[in-house]
Every structure is written in C-alpha cells, then in structure tokens.
Design a protein around this ligand. Structure first.
Ligand SMILES: [Zn+2]
Length: 138
C-alpha cells in the first residue's frame, strides 16, 4: 500500500504569474516524485529469473520490450486512461530494451502508440498535436 503524501496544490490553471510558475516548477524539479502516490515496489524483488514472451519467444524480465506486453501477471501493471493520445516516434538507433517509451505503452496501451522513424503516425488535417522532441534529436 502506498504511503499517503500531502499534496501541494501546484495547479497551473490558478496561477497567472510567470514568476510563481518558475518558483513552483523549481520546487517540482528538486523532488519530482514527492507529490506522487507510489506503491511499494518490493514485490518486484520476489520475481526470480526471466520468462519467455508468448509473442516473440525471447527471454524477458517483467515485460517484453519488443512486443510491449507483460511477461508476468498483468495485475502487476496498473493501467491508466490518459486524457490525450500519445504517439511516440523513436529514433531507429534507440535500443528497445533501454527505451522508456515501452513503459508508457504498458501503462496506457489504449492511448500510446510507438513508431520507429521513418514510420510515422498519420494526422488528419484538423488534428491538433503537441510536438516534444528529445534533446538528442535536436
Ligand atoms: Zn516479445
């Protein structure tokens, strides 16, 4: 069971002052996880060895980063519904086993899709989107 943590209201919608935003962001940056409610991860230490992925038959621990599926019971992978759809376009040289994009897809499989450049999502003319580039790409 996660420990309850007092939550500081950092709502950006109630703040119109850029200076306040900078101060609030600096507080978040110093301890970004302090306001999150995180379950005890010690259960993960009870898993020994690796499992064979049912999709690609490769040996994996916890999840398959190739097939983007858990290889242990799904109950250990909470799923969330995101308020937006996320398309992640990975660099072709990014190593799948090191990519954090997989984690997003495991936690929100209905809302996250992963593409490897030059594969690219298709957008309709009227779609609205936010582009966030990894610094390594710039
Ligand atoms: Zn697999």
């Amino acid at each position: 069971m996660a420990e309850e943590i007092d939550v500081i209201d950092i709502s950006l919608t109630t703040c119109n002052c850029e200076r306040d935003l900078v101060i609030k962001q600096s507080i978040i940056d110093k301890a970004p996880f302090d306001m999150l409610k995180i379950d005890d991860p010690s259960i993960l230490n009870t898993f020994e060895g690796r499992e064979i992925c049912g999709g690609c038959y490769k040996s994996r621990k916890f999840f398959c980063y190739t097939c983007c599926v858990p290889v242990i019971d799904k109950k250990y992978f909470p799923q969330v519904k995101l308020p937006i759809k996320i398309d992640i376009i990975k660099h072709p040289k990014e190593i799948d086993g090191k990519s954090t994009a997989i984690h997003a897809m495991l936690l929100a499989p209905q809302d996250v899709k992963i593409y490897t450049y030059p594969d690219f999502p298709e957008f309709a003319k009227d779609d609205k989107f936010v582009l966030q580039a990894a610094l390594e790409w710039l």
